[in-house]
Design a protein around this ligand. Structure first.
Ligand code: GDP
Ligand code: MG
Length: 436
């Protein structure tokens, strides 16, 4: 989608002045791009008609920077189409009950864990996860594994085949154990069928959740819309969770679902790890779809993960020329905490597209870490001490080659220089470059 829109908008960006024909031509391209991304025909058409009206109403043709104004109109309209402002989640019950719904494989169990982790770490809640998938014992185990990983209690009754009573018992358990959020993971089928719908409807009626979330795989395109409609007809759910929105996944589903069921998208899943969850911001999604890169998210995540104290220490060291391999290792670990490399690269403007087909290995740092681990403390803090024979020893110890050690040392050298430069005021310049 981004590619096509980029192309469509490129026409306008480059021109100092545009004509009415130009606007129409561009919007035709925009519409085609939306259709390609599985956006419903009617929605795409309405969308371009609206943008055109606004463009003409705002005198795009006589504006100082018509291209930019046009891009802004398209972006604003896309944002509006996906819900305008970010929608919150209702946590008012005692406990607040959150029910997951969706097809098998959509990511319910994974998202249940992510949400529990999010509420625990960001909102200081004490969640309880509930396994209501009564058909597959493996599903119960999966939730327990997730719960262990994030340190959240999981309630299950492996012998009980009645999801309604499991859910009710779990809520009683939550009340007597001080849990203020109950997240109920349910069973899904591969396709919409009556048995599944009746079951989730029964659970829904019995427990009256504050939030019923519909979880959907964003890669399923137009099907996602039909499924959303089927679930919404039965559950009248409160919000949508779009999973598997990693890297360059198309945003078409986000646009269509909101328009068809008129429910806000509340969260997105961007990877398999427990911290790969983001609040859904329509404006950021619009920017992402338009190929501007999700810079805001990237910066926010970086701010969260980078320990400020640590950053200050490192800055001092750079200033004093004492930055060593130990610090380098720490930085790598910080970067790794931010999520998978593919996620991160996908958020950099332009890079997501350029690197779409490059397989970015999450273990890209493994060799580097091994090499640093094979250095002695002195070698780490004073890299200049590493001579040829030490290089040989390090290569042997880390299972790499002298060539790889050399390469790392060169990279390290360049990075140290770059960091010094960024401290000297070059940083702002770099950020500006990234912004473009
Ligand atoms: P459920 O059947 O609805 O409970 O789905 P699961 O939670 O078991 O997820 C199905 C598969 O999708 C698993 O392999 C998950 O690891 C994977 N998955 C879930 N969410 C995401 C996501 O946001 N990104 C990626 N890449 N994979 C995901
Ligand atoms: Mg599951």
């Amino acid at each position: 989608l981004s590619d096509k829109l980029d192309k469509a908008l490129h026409v306008l960006k480059g021109h100092g002045s545009i004509t009415e024909v130009n606007v129409a031509e561009t919007l035709k391209e925009v519409r085609r791009a939306l259709l390609d991304a599985d956006v419903n025909f009617k929605i795409a058409k309405e969308f371009t008609t609206k943008v055109k009206e606004k463009a003409l109403g705002q005198n795009v043709l006589t504006a100082l920077q018509p291209g930019q104004l046009m891009v802004k109109l398209v972006k604003d309209e896309l944002t509006e189409l996906m819900g305008g402002d970010a929608a919150g989640i209702n946590l008012q019950g005692t406990p607040s009950i959150i029910l997951m719904s969706g097809l098998q494989g959509s990511g319910k169990t994974t998202f249940s864990g992510k949400l529990a982790n999010f509420l625990k770490t960001k909102k200081s809640k004490k969640p309880l996860l509930v396994a209501c998938d009564v058909y597959r014992p493996a599903a119960i185990n999966q939730l327990h594994v997730v719960g262990d990983q994030i340190g959240v209690e999981v309630y299950s009754e492996p012998e009980n085949k009645n999801p309604v009573s499991i859910a009710q018992n779990a809520i009683a358990h939550a009340k007597s154990n001080g849990h203020n959020v109950v997240i109920i993971d349910t069973a899904g089928r591969l396709a919409v069928d009556e048995a599944m719908m009746a079951e989730i409807e029964n659970v829904h009626k019995a427990i009256q959740p504050q939030e019923t979330l519909f979880v959907v795989d964003s890669m399923t395109g137009q099907d996602a819309v039909n499924t959303a409609k089927a679930f919404n007809d039965r559950l009248n759910f409160d919000g949508v969770v779009l999973t598997k929105l990693d890297g360059d996944t198309r945003g078409g589903a986000a646009i269509s679902i909101k328009s068809v069921v008129n429910k806000p998208i509340k969260f997105i899943g961007t990877g398999e790890k427990m911290d790969a969850i983001d609040v859904f911001y329509p404006s950021r999604m619009a920017e992402r779809i338009l190929g501007m890169g999700d810079v805001v998210s990237l910066v926010e995540r970086a701010q969260e993960q980078f320990d400020e104290e640590e950053a200050r220490k490192i800055q001092k060291k750079i200033a004093k020329n004492q930055f060593g391999f130990d610090d380098f290792l720490k930085q790598i670990q910080q970067v790794k905490k931010m999520g998978s490399m593919k996620d991160l690269v996908g958020m950099i403007p332009g890079a997501g597209k350029a690197l779409k087909d490059v397989d970015i290995d999450d273990d890209a740092f493994k060799g580097i870490e091994a090499i640093i681990h094979s250095m002695t403390p002195i070698e780490r803090s004073v890299p200049a001490t590493i001579d040829a024979s030490r290089k040989k020893r390090i290569a042997k110890g880390s299972g790499t080659s002298v060539q790889q050690v050399n390469q790392l040392m060169k990279q390290f050298d360049q990075m140290s220089k770059m960091m010094k430069m960024m401290q000297g005021g070059g940083g702002r310049k770099m950020m500006q470059m990234m912004g473009k």
